[in-house]
Design a protein around this ligand. Structure first.
Ligand code: KG4
Ligand code: ZN
Length: 329
């Protein structure tokens, strides 16, 4: 079976062709550079960019996969969570193709897509699987009992980890998205230069807004970094606090659930310090998985992976399916 999948929930337009066995035949993604100078995603600009990109990227994805629309067995698109205007572009485009071509259609939960992203890299992942989703919009610990059965164990009470990276970067005058910028700067900084507070939250929930405020107060008291070394130290210290908080709750969840397998997914799972520390502290306790870099940030291949599983179980969505901006897992 071959699925044509669309992802337009935020600021990446992505189209993929994925085949049974989670084989990615193509996965073409374009991020929208126009948000960079605003320090965050401007919803109206994102919708317009999706409209501009979706048709040429669809042609490209089919060309790269070397398949025609007639060889596609099902169409899928993200229907939430995300920005309403952005979601609507991919969803309407996908539903239209499904209707015109007479193909089955599925609306896919973006978060479920992130969970499935590990399957694009590693085919034999044992279940149950503990998953930490760390992205710009979400920070959640999810217990995957079966590939379509989930239980949320913990989530952020305020900002997502990626959002904290982006907001701190904005404060430091760095372009959006801030995560990769801070990651790069932190390489030359001392993680123990400034001791930022680690939030103490009950259970398996997270909180990052206190850390963000601590960085703001630090810059108010000491001024913005005066040279490259101070900037690198601040980036490394903030990053260390974020990674530590994610690691602490992950350890706790592994212990509570007696987990054997653990995956970290979403844009922030690209973070080099996170990967290094998680590998060092967890790989002797669990089988630890990260998606390949091209499947960490938003992409349509992960949406196609969920769709394959659902189509193979005989599932379909109605063509009047609506976008759900605050869809939960
Ligand atoms: O999964 P994703 O592409 O989109 C959402 O679903 O939100 O994640 C985007 C987030 C952004 O906040 C971005 O700053 C962050 O992932 N990110 C990183 C890194 N690369 C991307 N954060 C920390 N370190 C990175 N290397
Ligand atoms: Zn995402």
């Amino acid at each position: 079976m071959k699925v044509l999948a669309f992802e337009t929930s935020c600021d990446e337009t992505s189209v993929a062709v994925v085949e049974s066995g989670f084989k990615v035949l193509s996965n073409v993604t374009r991020t929208h550079p126009e948000h960079s100078k605003y320090g965050g995603v401007v919803p109206e600009l994102a919708s317009r960019a999706h409209i501009r990109l979706i048709y040429p990227l669809t042609k490209l994805a089919l060309d790269e996969a070397n398949v025609g629309l007639d060889e596609i067995d099902g169409i899928a698109a993200t229907y939430g969570p995300g920005l309403i205007g952005a979601l609507l572009v991919g969803l309407l485009f996908a539903k239209t193709i499904a209707q015109v071509e007479g193909k089955p259609f599925l609306g896919i939960n973006h978060l479920e897509g992130h969970i499935f992203s590990v399957l694009l890299t590693e085919k034999e992942i044992p279940l149950p699987l503990l998953v930490l989703i760390v992205s710009g919009g979400h920070t959640e610990l999810v217990w995957v009992k079966d590939w379509l059965k989930y239980k949320v164990l913990g989530e952020t009470l305020d900002d997502a980890a990626g959002e904290a990276f982006d907001k701190v970067a904005k404060l430091l005058g760095l372009p959006y998205p801030g995560g990769p910028e801070i990651d790069k700067l932190a390489v030359g900084g001392r993680p123990d230069a400034i001791l930022f507070p680690r939030a103490k939250v009950e259970g398996l929930d997270f909180s990052f807004s206190g850390l963000k405020t601590a960085v703001l107060y630090h810059t108010k008291e000491n001024g913005l970094p005066r040279n490259q070394q101070e900037l690198q130290d601040l980036a490394a210290s903030f990053q260390e606090a974020t990674v530590d908080m994610l690691l602490e709750k992950s350890k706790k969840a592994i212990q509570i659930k007696n987990a054997r397998a653990f995956a970290v997914v979403g844009g922030v799972s690209l973070n080099s310090r996170l990967r290094e520390k998680f590998k060092r502290e967890l790989s002797h306790k669990v089988l630890l998985y990260f998606p390949a870099p091209e499947y960490c940030a938003d992409n349509a291949a992960m949406i196609g992976a969920v769709a394959l599983k659902r189509f193979e179980k005989g599932k379909e969505s109605p063509l009047n399916l609506k976008a759900v901006p605050n869809l939960k897992i």
